[in-house]
Write a protein that binds this ligand. Sequence first.
Ligand SMILES: C[S@@+](CC[C@H](N)C(=O)[O-])C[C@H]1O[C@@H](n2cnc3c(N)ncnc32)[C@H](O)[C@@H]1O
Length: 266
Amino acid sequence: MPPNFDTSVPNIARIYDAMLGGKDNFAADRDAADRLTEVEPLAPLYARQHREFIGRAVRLVAGYGIRQFLDVGTGLPTMDNVHQIAHRQAPGSHVVYVDNDPNVCAHARALLADDPGTVAVVEEDLRRPEEILAHPETRRLIDFDEPLCVLVTAVLHFVPDADDPHRSIRVLTEAMCPGSHLVISHITDEEVRRTRPDDNRTGMDVFAKSNAPMHPRNVPDIERFLDGLDRHEPGLACISEWAAPNLSVIRDDLRDTWLGAVARKP
Ligand SMILES: C[S@@+](CC[C@H](N)C(=O)[O-])C[C@H]1O[C@@H](n2cnc3c(N)ncnc32)[C@H](O)[C@@H]1O
């Protein structure tokens, strides 16, 4: 078992796994997922829609001929992981999974990297983008002279401003050649904080007690991650809109809590 493996502290990868109905979680993670669902009954739906957003993003990008993917903040293996979606579109696409949680990496190595010729798992941190780019496994599978897709989904809001996640994204996108893509998703809490401050406090408290407190951002600060890139329709939009454009069950006050974008380097 990896060091620092404490099942009594809710872990963000396992809370998300519990929310998605997965089996790789413990009582503390399920309690955290339950508390989040109490304040936001649509949270499990949102988690599933977020995976659908990733699916749509990978298919969209693969449609532009992209055959290499760098997925930073992979999370625990679930159904339809990036390489499975990519391989359905284009068998042989290269995928490098990066996560800073040793437990997530152990699971990913066991379940995702079944074809070392096309898939690798790297234990690294988004806050150290130069190390991600220089890692031998990244260099083995990603050719930076060819367009690639960098995914950083449901991760940036776990990195505080003090650790400058905008710099991390800048370093990653500077390494991409023109025609490459960036896929991000991010929590924003402006609307919930205004309309449901008690629920918002409870949600933030759940993450404050986890291994990675949450740092929601306002829309302009999320847009800054996309500086210099051309956004695909529907732009920086609610992930529900990406996942199911015709869905009508989303309440107005939820529309803007979890945003996603797919953008191309010109
Ligand atoms: C909520 S999961 C998201 C999984 C997947 N990207 C998705 O969107 O479905 C967040 C993942 O990001 C990882 N993570 C959090 N902070 C990170 C960092 N600074 N560097 C790398 N991975 C990080 C966590 O370990 C976790 O596995």
